[in-house]
Design a protein around this ligand. Sequence first.
Ligand SMILES: Cc1ncc(COP(=O)(O)O)c(C=O)c1O
Length: 335
Amino acid sequence: MTLGEGGTPLLPAGRLRREVGGADLHFKNDTLLPTGSLKDRSNAVGISRAMEAGHEVVAVVSTGNAAASVAAYAGRAALQSVVLVPEATNHEKVVQAAAYGARIVRVRAGFDETARLYSQAIKALGWYNCLSSDPFRNEGKKTYAYEVWADLGGRVPDWVIHPTAGGTGPAACWKGFNELYGLGWIERLPRIVVAQAAACAPIVQAFEAGWDEVRPVEPQQTIAESIKVGGPSTMAWRALRAARDSGGTAVALSEAEIERSQILLAKEAGIYAEPAGAVSLGAAIRLAQTGTVQPGDLVVAVVTGHGLKQPPTHLSLPEAIPPDLTALEKALQVP
Ligand SMILES: Cc1ncc(COP(=O)(O)O)c(C=O)c1O
């Protein structure tokens, strides 16, 4: 099942290069996938798999983007989708899922409790599970790696940075590059960076503490709503391992850093991302500031969700003016 996913642009950072100390930064713009987020890569494969296995109902628990994506692919495949979302999930994303025809279940709880209910429902009701714990879906997600490699003319990035919640992105990207390496297409591997909001950073915590497993944290308030998962499950240790085995790292960003990255991406790179999607730029800036990323390093920051889904909240619009030139000049303070 396809909606034309993949083949998203890899854009050189242009003016934003100054923010990363002259590193050769590129953005993999996955905001341009069919439903506006990274989730389409995996759902193209996941829903195809559900069809092949003869399922009629597919389901997902989601911070918003996966709900919309599963609903779109399922609708096109004439499958019923059921999506469980925490009550506080961003309205635009839930409405998007509803428009595609999903049965929406809003749960009066945070993500981790909603996910517990979802696991029970999957077992009890026999729905096809569209979560990343399904390795078929990973096969779709890993195509990041192939596309980046092809668009760089066969060069390998020094760093690939992912906004991270459950951990699928970093783990799948690592898989893709390892396949290229194992088959002799490339001679070295990139370092993988897990980027999270400091308000909810269980994988960063495990990386910094040297743990082998990811322990849950109590999520705090963050504008990076899509990556607010305190107790990630099956893919989290794989993402942790990808960061460690690749010689990469894990970065937790403040709310101010995330907010600034969202605006910088829009103003200076022409990419309108939701806050979670801009976390990769924030991590690139931080890593350049701390000297981890060096001038000239080839860095790919994956931008994972569209800004129309969650626009900046702190930008206020001006008062409307009457339709005359004096009012226009006054509004623009033309002398
Ligand atoms: C915009 C956005 N970025 C990143 C992620 C992280 O996903 P994962 O860590 O599961 O790859 C999500 C997950 O919902 C998302 O919606």
